[in-house]
Design a protein around this ligand. Structure first.
Ligand code: AMP
Length: 565
């Protein structure tokens, strides 16, 4: 690799390879994550050709974790977090204990000593933030009750890992001195806990006031650049500060940074502005995981790898399933949470390398952990699909509806309507259309992917389908097959183009009207089959011209001077 510009080489190589393999995966109809991981293996030192800088790739991956957790915080209120604490705290603790014990069992079988077994087991116990959030996001589960439990659970696991990372050097220090000094340990533990609690309190008391104020100030400058910069500075700055000053983790720091912004009016815009960066760095996360993979481990220790994988994928899932069921939640919730947590990621790598550095984990253990991580991440989408298929088979439609009403409070109420209007998006444009159509009693189904907006519509008894209109099943739930007209009011013209293309492929006779903001979007959407494309900016210009003429008309009979047009 080029040593003069390792950062640029790593970013460019990582992104280009991820793009190529992601595209291939997409073509083969498998999750693009698989493509990114393979890109990482190709960029790693264990395969010939291009080799990216491992340490830099790891740091870039951390940026991905920070931005992702910041995004979660933006949608997650303190109320949400507290509402799932009853299940998330015991759930995470029991699951960590089960995974650690199973890991210790495997380590014992491999002839390793007790301390190695504990560290090995702990490494297998914490799920990856990036993988979990990606999986929930793809299935639109982030804002569901199941999603909230899984995220709360993950946060408790993160906290436990922060403690483990701080305590491990203290414990090994005591062990190496040869005598057990529990006072030292208790002091370390209290200091760590104290610092994390101080950070959380500081964020809730001070951050909650200062951070939204800062954001509002930067929005007030009118510069989009400064606004985006302020969002990034807040996310990265707080995450970094939480690690340096309070010994917390990047993920935890970023989560709280997002959470204090949560109540601000600007949080939606903040989330939107950081989206492209977030996605790019999340991709680099998967590339960096792939880079660590040593294919030889699979050949040299196949049984140990299998054992590790079984602990991560089955052991942890069964434990999670039983705990969630014990708390009285449905099979559907229990299975979703089990599938979400059946993988390991960033914390395992950090803890494993610390273990190796401190001499409490061997190289073999680290290789097994890496192999377990990459295989469990690869298998994760499969796990979700199996859960989906199993539920579809075992639950009747009525069951599913009742389940979702109970679990999600927002169900996909089946739409029983024909000859209706499908309105995609209930934002600034969609809500005006919705009011008009609703007032005139025109049969209407709204498709909207924001849960809070769907809740408002459902309260008013307006038929609504929750989900992304780009998803064909969602459009079928809205009864595209027998609708009269489709109004696409989403702001992204290219996304609208895809929605229009699918609708046109299904319904050659449907009247389709869509929204656009640029000339090329108008062309793109029209080519895909829309009957009319309304470009917002043109209508604004027309509106202004009309006002000018109206003003001149009004002033015609007076002595006042109108605008010279
Ligand atoms: P506005 O830009 O204010 O008109 O808002 C657009 C609305 O469309 C928001 O409420 C979004 O949640 C919603 N929206 C955007 N993309 C999609 C999509 N692909 N499927 C469903 N709703 C969407």
């Amino acid at each position: 690799m080029d040593h003069s510009t390792p950062l640029i080489t790593t970013i460019a190589g990582g992104l280009v390879l991820a793009f190529i393999f992601g595209l291939i995966a997409n073509r083969l109809r498998i999750s693009p994550l698989v493509g990114y991981l393979i890109a990482g293996i190709v960029a790693g030192k264990h395969t010939p050709g291009f080799v990216a800088d491992e340490a830099l790739a790891h740091q870039l991956a951390e940026v991905g974790v920070i931005l992702l957790m910041f995004g979660v915080g933006l949608h997650f209120s303190l109320k949400d977090l507290l509402s799932v604490k009853k299940i998330a705290i015991p759930g995470a603790i029991v699951q960590i204990a089960v995974a650690t014990l199973l890991g210790m069992g495997l380590a014992y079988g491999l002839g390793w000593d007790l301390m190695i077994g504990i560290v090995f087991g702990l490494c297998l116990s914490t799920a990856s933030t990036v993988v979990l959030l990606r999986a929930l996001e793809e299935r639109q589960l982030i804002e569901s009750q199941r999603g909230k439990i899984a995220i709360g659970w993950l946060i408790v696991e993160d906290l436990a890992m922060v403690l483990a990372l701080v305590l491990l050097p203290a414990i090994t220090g005591i062990m190496q001195q040869g005598h057990s000094d529990f006072t030292n340990l208790a002091v370390s533990l209290s200091i760590t806990l104290g610092k994390v609690i101080a950070f959380i309190v500081l964020m809730i008391v001070v951050g909650r006031r200062v951070v939204p104020w800062l954001l509002a100030k930067s929005a007030g400058t009118g510069s989009n650049e400064l606004f985006t910069l302020s969002v990034l500075a807040i996310a990265m700055g707080i995450a970094y500060g939480s690690v340096q000053l309070f010994g917390a983790s990047f993920a935890l720091g970023a989560f709280f940074a997002g959470m204090v912004l949560n109540e601000s009016e600007l949080s939606h815009r903040a989330a939107q502005n950081t989206l492209p960066l977030r996605d790019a760095f999340a991709v680099l996360f998967f590339v960096s995981v792939g880079m660590l993979f040593e294919p030889m481990t699979l050949i040299e220790q196949p049984l140990a790898v299998l054992g590790t994988l079984v602990i991560i994928v089955l052991g942890k899932s069964i434990a999670a399933f039983l705990i969630v069921r014990m708390f009285g939640h449905s099979k559907r919730t229990a299975l979703t949470i089990s599938a979400s947590l059946a993988q390991i990621g960033e914390f395992a790598f950090i803890l494993a390398s610390m273990g190796v550095a401190l001499g409490v984990l061997n190289k073999d253990g680290q290789s097994l952990i890496l192999a377990g991580a990459i295989l469990s991440i690869l298998l994760n989408p499969l796990g979700f699909n199996l859960v989906g298929q199993y539920l579809a088979k075992t639950e009747t439609i009525e069951d599913q509806i009742i389940e979702e009403v109970v679990e999600e409070e927002v169900a996909q109420v089946p739409v029983d309507m024909c000859n209706h209007v499908i309105l995609v998006g209930y934002g600034r444009v969609g809500n005006i259309l919705c009011e008009r159509l609703h007032d005139q009693d025109i049969p209407l189904v709204v498709v909207e992917n924001s849960l809070s907006r769907v809740e408002i519509l459902r309260e008013r008894d307006i038929s609504t389908v929750l989900g992304n209109a780009g998803n064909h099943e969602i459009m079928m739930l809205a009864r595209l097959d027998c609708a009269n007209c489709l109004l696409v009011t989403t702001p992204n013209g290219y996304e609208a183009g895809e929605i229009v293309a699918y609708a046109r492929s299904q319904r050659p006779d449907l009247l389709i009207i869509a929204r656009a903001h640029y000339d090329d979007e108008v062309e793109y959407i029209s080519e895909r089959g829309a009957n009319h494309v309304i470009m917002g900016e043109r209508e604004i210009a027309q509106g202004m011209i009309d006002e000018l003429y109206q003003d001149r008309e009004n002033k015609k009979d007076t002595m006042m001077e109108g605008c010279p047009i």
